[in-house]
Design a protein around this ligand. Sequence first.
Ligand SMILES: [Zn+2]
Length: 422
Amino acid sequence: MSTPLDTIAASPVELLASGSCLLCGSANLEVVLDLGLAGLANNLPTAAECDREPLFPLRLARCPRCTHVQLADRVAPALLYGHYLYVSSASSTLTAHLGSLAAAIAARVPAHAGAASLDIGCNDGTLAAHMRGHGFRACGIDPAQNLAPLARAKGIEVEVDYFHGGTARRLYDRHGPVRVITATNSFPHIPELHSYLEGVALLLATDGVFVIEAHYLLDLIEQCAFDTVYHEHCHFWRLEPMMELFAAHGLEIFDCERLPIHHGQLRVWVQHRGARMPGPRVAAQLEAERKAGLHERAVYDELARRACTIRRDLRTALDGFRAGGKRVAGYGAPAKASTLAAWCGLGPSDLMWIADRNALKQGRFTPGTHIPIVAPERIDSDEPDILLLLAWNFADEIQIQLAGYRARGGRFLMPVPEVRLV
Ligand SMILES: [Zn+2]
């Protein structure tokens, strides 16, 4: 059932033309980390699907002209987003976070009579429902057919489509200028940046705000989180290229803040140029990016070097455990587990299975590498000697949950930022 990684080529129909910078159009992207061929990180195949699962090149690249970091190859959006299994309201942490975002927006830009808000990539309407609670006429747009009824049930007007210049004109005709536009975790997914920003500039009211929350390149570098590179994330944003993009559309960043959720995120506040005085945090964060060298090639070469060290050390550790008769399994099958498994060439001979609490993932397999995903009860029945922590950003929480396993002598293997037994 499992297929060697390099025997399947991606279908040319499903892989979009690649190689030019999504921000400035330069044709000379430099690949800084080639992660090889990988399955789609959020499309976990069933046993029947493993044999015909498409694999795609996964390469992190940097534009030498505008210094923006992005994927070199893009997968057609319909393959990634047509039917989405991830639902915002399934995580109580995320629901609470979106509630606090809505409160922060309403404190800064209170709703007046008839003021509209638009959530781009509105998922099941969780954030839009919070905006509605603050008095906004809440609308959303999302391409996932299966999620629209969930959002509509919360009283949200939903458009099932991608957001771009064309859909923005349609929304403008229906709603007029929009006071608040939000995009949480969707901004790094946009290949057609300029059409998207044309849409934002058209829809946004003169004194309105566009608020983005996205994973942040500085966090990726600081945490060595190369495994957060997967096909949905075609951009790895930092402020400087973002400012260049917004300036081209008459927009500007007037505030930003780092957030501790997920792997660390950046919240960016955007407006029509000149609507408010930009605050001091923008210049301070730009300075932090410069100091970390994010505009230079050397930082990414170091990231690639560390990723190679992790791969070598993890393979050595797993081969050693097998030679010593130890039984090894994994814990946590988030999207980044797919990248780590593909990069390190992990298969069912390295990890018997990976336990995950999400019932939708159980019974499926890791993309491309085909390690079975099982319910956490297997830890008690199989009693592995070692658990590889693939959701390493939740290591503390997981070790507390699995205190019984540790008390029986079980050990945890951390893969990132360096391979070590804990
Ligand atoms: Zn560029």
